[in-house]
Design a protein around this ligand. Sequence first.
Ligand SMILES: [Zn+2]
Ligand SMILES: [Zn+2]
Length: 501
Amino acid sequence: MPQLKVLGGGREVGRSCLQLDINGHHFLLDCGINPAAEGRASLPDLSQTSIEHLDGVFVSHAHLDHTGAIPELLRHGFDGKVYMTLPTLALLNLLWQDELSIMEREWTKDQRLWSSKEMHKILMKLAVPTTYHEVFKLNSIRVNFHNAGHILGSTMTEIINNNYRVLYSGDLGTSSNHLRYWRTEDLTNPDVLICEGTYGGKNRKSRAETEKELLSKIRAALEGGGKVLIPTFSVGKTHEILKIIKDSWNSLPNVDVYLEGMAIETLRVYEQFLIYMDDKVRRAFIFNNINPFRWDALRIFKGLTERKQLHRKEGPCIIMAPSGMLRGGWSVWHMMRMASSEKNLIALCGHMAAGTTGAGLLDGTRDFLLRDMISKDEVGVRVSCNVAHFDLSSHAMHNELCNYISKLKPELLVLVHGEESSLNALAESVQQYAGRVVIPAVGEKIDLMQPAMSQESPHNVEIPLAQSTSLILNKEASMKVRHMGREKYMRAADLRSLVRR
Ligand SMILES: [Zn+2]
Ligand SMILES: [Zn+2]
């Protein structure tokens, strides 16, 4: 019987890592770290698995909460393959290198999660770059990556054993980012859907409204002579925000826009794979050679002296710098030099994990002890500048998640990658679309039912129900029913509410 073990990302956001055992094969679906934790505390719980027996890892996308623990597998004898799309491999190469520099700068040797050698073994030797809809076979198992529209190269992973299908959503994109949106039309209804629920129970303001607010705050700060710091996630968010600013450039004061750190390299990867962007971007590029991310005002610092000079002199500008949650890197370096002036603005964009400086700013904390990444000094910083937050998330919101699940109608729905309250809210809205909904915690194992085997059982009968007829069943009994054209398993207690409806 196929089984799913939750090694990380159960009732939490971060360290996504699931083990799927199917037909004698053992795969990991992602293997990430918790970006808000430090050192080995950020790893998933790998103690429950025989890492040397793993056949491979399927990587949904490059974000560290899905990939940051893959090098750790090497330390436990892993020698399988790591499957991902080509843009994911290109982004991972940059993200891991950047994270390694942060670890070498800020963590002790024991805390560091990988070395340059381990990183390169995975990227150069074990990684298998593939593309969407290029079905690959691993003995009896077929695997198909579908576009998830979350960041460049992100996938939904479909694993097929005979006619038994497991679909892992990875992180699902939202319709308002500028990537191609996910589709369910190419997917056969899965027996098991493992779905993220980060925004379960939450819908956001429209993207147009949020963009308007962001631009208005930036405009006000620049017109007041202030500098604007936008801490950005090097992958995805930087490019979204660059595009927003570029598209409205005529309505903003003409200042320099500086791009910092790894965002410069990831921008080049995005430019190489413009084919993954939405139709509007692709058409503008094909017919008018318009690059969605670059224009005359975009600058790259030539060195530390230029950065220091910028902060010594008065005058407005925009600086976009990682890390997005102000965990470290150039965003913190610039924040330390901008925080004291009331004219300046720190514009936070997206989710701020608990424990980060970004989350502290949102909670109203204004005094911080920050480490200067160049001098290594710890400095007390009082924040007097303006702080604003804009929800430009690249995750599907509640309505989009409901729409996705309602179209796929799985036998078993496993909700992960969300706080427990978010996953509960999502489960409540979608329970009528799935035979069974499970919200596992880290450490839980789930036996996945195998309808193909059950169909052969002589105990299955289709029972027509008339109004005057009632079935009396133990409320915990599980039975196979046909609902909305699909066969699925339901608990008798759930079946009762369906029949009444
Ligand atoms: Zn992600
Ligand atoms: Zn994630």
